[in-house]
Design a protein around this ligand. Structure first.
Ligand code: NAD
Length: 316
């Protein structure tokens, strides 16, 4: 089959596909030219990450299209149910990136509590002239150990964050309307232990957490999971991380909560207005930002590429 990997594919996946006799093209076609490219080049499979969207009109206009694959988890850029109703294979790689996203969350937690995301920006400019002032400004860190992290959305990534957080000595609580209990498996120096976590109410998680990390999908109605009311019920000085989807935290309310001191600091990997996040978010001194790189590790991309390839090979 002829495959267009429009947002790229790891070499590991490309090699598997080519060894099975498929042709893989990794040139990026602009969104507006996607239909023409699929039809003119006879692509039967389109692979995307989060950049390319595949909506109904693309599926309707490309009669030879057989499969649409999403390298990653969230499939909000594809009309999944419509595609499946037309008999297309629409698939993703749900487990491949959980660990990488969880590691980014831990990176950001450590960065927030020691303000390194901000100090790293200020040191090159003012480190030599203002060392003592900066030492005072950034010398107000707190530790993660012994603190409570609340995880909202206790699926694959939420549970992976729980593993890392427990490894750091944090107390984990979680809320998920569809997961009542999960056994968190830890492997320490080759010794395995399992810690059962029973999820609790949203209210409990909001009011009891020192840190909150979101791991929910984009909500079907596009609504925010964390808005003004939820922010108001949190502890004063709470830290937040959103590596789930833009819009699950209402950004305007977040900025107010940061400005009032209700939220101490926040890390965002995802934004309401991707790929052009609000300037007020990007420039805010209490927000650590990354450009949607949760799954962007060599290991995750290799696993994603292999999972996509294996699905295509098994179904062609
Ligand atoms: P998952 O399906 O395993 O888990 C999501 C969980 O969220 C489910 O258990 C679901 O019941 C729960 N949930 C849904 N709505 C909720 C709500 N309102 N309150 C509480 N819980 C709710 O998915 P996952 O693999 O853990 O991924 C979670 C999300 O992370 C994805 O949907 C995707 O949007 C995002 N993600 C981001 C990156 C990144 O690069 N930053 C990478 C991968 C995934």
């Amino acid at each position: 089959m002829k495959i267009l990997a429009n947002d790229g594919i790891a070499n590991s996946g490309k090699i598997l596909l080519e060894a099975a006799g498929h042709t893989v093209v990794t040139e990026t076609v602009a969104q507006d030219n996607l239909i023409d490219a699929i039809n003119n080049e006879n692509y039967e499979v389109v692979l995307v990450r989060s950049a390319t969207t595949v909506r109904q009109h693309v599926m309707d206009s490309c009669p030879n299209l057989k499969m649409i694959g999403r390298g990653g988890v969230g499939m909000d850029n594809i009309d999944v149910e419509y595609g499946r109703s037309k008999g297309l294979h629409v698939f993703n790689t749900p487990a491949a990136s959980s660990q990488s996203v969880a590691e980014l969350v831990m990176t950001q937690l450590f960065s927030l509590v020691r303000m390194t995301y901000d100090a790293n920006k200020e040191m090159p400019e003012n480190g030599a002239s203002n060392f003592k002032v900066l030492k005072k400004k950034y010398g107000k860190g707190v530790e993660l150990r012994g603190k409570t992290i609340g995880i909202i959305g206790f699926g694959r990534i939420g549970q992976s964050v729980a593993q890392y957080a427990m490894g750091c000595g944090m107390n984990v609580i979680a809320h998920d309307p569809f997961v009542s209990k999960a056994n968190i498996k830890l492997s320490i120096q080759g010794k395995g232990i399992e810690v059962p976590i029973e999820t609790t109410s949203m209210e409990e998680v909001l009011t009891q957490s020192d840190f909150l990390s979101l791991h929910v999908p984009k909500q079907a109605d596009g609504s925010a999971v964390i808005g003004t009311n939820e922010l108001n019920s949190m502890k004063d000085g709470v830290y937040l991380v959103n590596a789930a989807r833009g819009g699950v935290i209402y950004e305007e309310a977040l900025i107010s909560a940061l400005d009032s001191g209700k939220v101490a600091a926040c890390a965002l990997d995802v934004f309401e207005n991707e790929p052009t996040p609000n300037e007020a978010i990007l420039e805010h001194s209490k927000i650590a930002t990354t450009p949607h790189i949760g799954a962007a590790t060599l290991e995750a991309q290799d696993r994603i590429g292999e999972e996509l390839a294996n699905f295509i090979i098994a179904n062609s």
